[in-house]
Design a protein around this ligand. Structure first.
Ligand SMILES: Cc1cc2nc3c(=O)[nH]c(=O)nc-3n(C[C@H](O)[C@H](O)[C@H](O)COP(=O)(O)O)c2cc1C
Length: 202
């Protein structure tokens, strides 16, 4: 079994629709450590040693957050800046994260159509996530495609429930090492590896 660490960041979680439901589905799963960064560090005063220890204890790291200004909420950047130290995460002697998997789980107000070259946001989600991918690469980690929920403003509670179940299924598959390298390399979003519940197909 693989051990999963969810680094969760939502600055206004009390107002969340999407992540609230997703988190409810996954936070108590076996083999998953759910870690709410804003709750733990409301002043952004991150405990570097504790975070590094958590990383060492897990095989798959998930950055779960709403997509804010084409990136992540501020605490994710603070976490990256402080925790991924030179000669620990990267650099000549920095090999502590070698071989671990990492990916982003994000929700976006924008539709899938909006994140095309010809769409209003002009770039794709993987293009916007390039800094995360390259950070992972520098730290000798395997960057998996993201899990993405689009068009959040138009989703019904039933739609969000179905996406949350799909996310739960993904995490269980990852924990059981049921997704091969060929499989995740063949998709743009991890969502594409799981059956789409009928109600959200259209
Ligand atoms: C400060 C802020 C910035 C946002 N930036 C983006 C963005 O760049 N692209 C996008 O598609 N949606 C953007 N949104 C919409 C959020 O991603 C969306 O409301 C959120 O994912 C919904 O999840 P929640 O119900 O858990 O809050 C932004 C929202 C806020 C409040």
């Amino acid at each position: 079994m693989a051990k999963l660490l969810i680094l969760f960041a939502h600055p206004v979680f009390e107002k969340s629709r999407v992540h609230k439901r997703m988190v409810n589905h996954v936070r108590h799963l076996e083999h998953i450590h759910f870690h709410d960064l804003y709750e733990t560090y409301p002043d952004l005063d991150i405990d570097i040693k504790k975070e590094q220890q958590l990383l060492l204890e897990h095989d798959v790291i998930i950055l779960q957050h709403p997509f804010y200004w084409y990136s992540a909420p501020a605490i994710i950047k603070q976490w990256l800046d402080l925790v991924l130290e030179h000669n620990w995460a990267y650099g000549a002697k920095g090999k502590m994260l070698t071989g671990k998997k990492i990916f982003n789980t994000i929700s976006c107000g924008g539709s899938e159509e909006a994140y095309k070259k010809t769409g209003r946001n002009r770039y794709t989600i993987p293009q916007f996530l390039a800094p995360f991918e390259q950070t992972a690469h520098l730290c000798n980690m395997l960057y998996l495609p993201p899990f993405v929920i689009h068009g959040t403003h138009r989703l019904s509670e039933a739609d969000i429930e179905l996406h949350s179940i799909q996310y739960l299924q993904l995490l269980v598959a990852l924990a059981h090492n049921r997704i091969s390298e060929e499989e995740y390399k063949s998709v743009t979003y991890l969502n594409d590896l799981l059956p789409v519940p009928e109600q959200v197909q259209s």
